[in-house]
Design a protein around this ligand. Structure first.
Ligand code: ATP
Ligand code: PRP
Length: 236
């Protein structure tokens, strides 16, 4: 009988995830070969570790294909329609910090808040003959922030899968929603973050799937595994 944990196979969360597991007494061995997505683990009997990309981990948790995963909260909230129903954040891990923010061109001197941006969005069509365009890969977070939280209805999301910060200068969007940590990419692209709270303050989290069907014995293992991370700050 085993339970499964998905960890990032690459990227900025990988090394710290392995360190965090080591801190909980769980050693992840390097994969047998670079293309393998399974690896062996010592320090927790019955735990199987799968190496996946950060965004795949969020989807696998949603679908109940793995019991636990380590990934960014931004990817959890973006990939899962009702996160509270499908998953539980067991612990916030204290690395991979980044904010999902709304940024506008520096030259928009009258726009400092979402209220200001709402005014711009409302007048945009009359002034420019089209709706305000927002470049992002965070569709769900953007819609929820603009429409549900701030009541802004008039905008269009332009999907961006890379170099989002370049979209306003390239003329493919007016403003952006993206992740930032040091702020240097925004600065280099002459964009400024609005003064309101960010859409999300994200960090790496240990997340449990609630969608996965488990036997009683597996539930016990799941409880033991969560308990190893009990000292860390839990999430919503
Ligand atoms: N400066 C940053 N830029 C982008 N993501 C960051 C940054 N700092 C932390 N993160 C977090 O890292 C996670 C994405 O990691 P990374 O970009 O390494 O993944 P990836 O391997 O490219 O994943 P995928 O292929 O699934 O997109 C996100 O949860 C994000 O919040
Ligand atoms: O605020 P900063 O410290 O400048 O970081 C933010 C930037 O870093 C990431 O891009 P990255 O170039 O790492 O590539 P990625 O989009 O493939 O992750 C992210 O998409 C932002 O563009």
């Amino acid at each position: 009988m085993t339970i499964t944990l998905g960890i990032p196979s690459k990227g900025r969360l990988k090394d710290k995830t392995i360190e965090t597991l080591a801190g909980a007494g769980i050693t992840v061995e390097p994969a047998a070969n670079a293309r393998s997505y399974r690896t062996s683990v010592t320090g927790f009997d019955g735990l199987e570790v799968l190496l996946l990309s950060a965004s795949e981990i969020a989807r696998e948790l949603r679908d109940g294909a793995i019991d636990f995963g380590v990934t960014g909260e931004d990817l959890i909230r973006e990939s899962i329609p009702s996160p509270g129903r499908a998953v539980e954040i067991v612990a916030r891990l204290g690395f991979g910090h980044a904010d999902v923010v709304v940024a506008v061109p520096d030259s928009w001197v009258d726009v400092e808040t979402m209220d200001d941006l709402g005014d711009v969005a409302g007048a945009f069509r009359a002034r420019h003959g089209r709706r305000l365009r927002i470049a992002t890969k965070y569709w769900r977070l953007t819609q929820s922030h603009f429409t549900r939280l701030h009541g802004i209805q008039s905008y269009r999301i332009v999907e961006s899968l890379g170099a989002t910060e370049g979209a306003p200068a390239a003329g493919s969007a007016d403003v952006i929603v993206d992740i930032t940590s040091t702020g240097s990419t925004l600065k280099a692209n002459h964009l400024k973050v609005l003064n309101d709270e960010p859409i999300l303050r994200s960090e790496a989290c240990l997340v449990k799937s609630k969608s996965r069907r488990r036997s009683d014995a597996e539930e016990l293992l799941v409880g033991d595994f969560s308990g190893r991370f009990g000292g860390m700050a839990p999430g919503a």
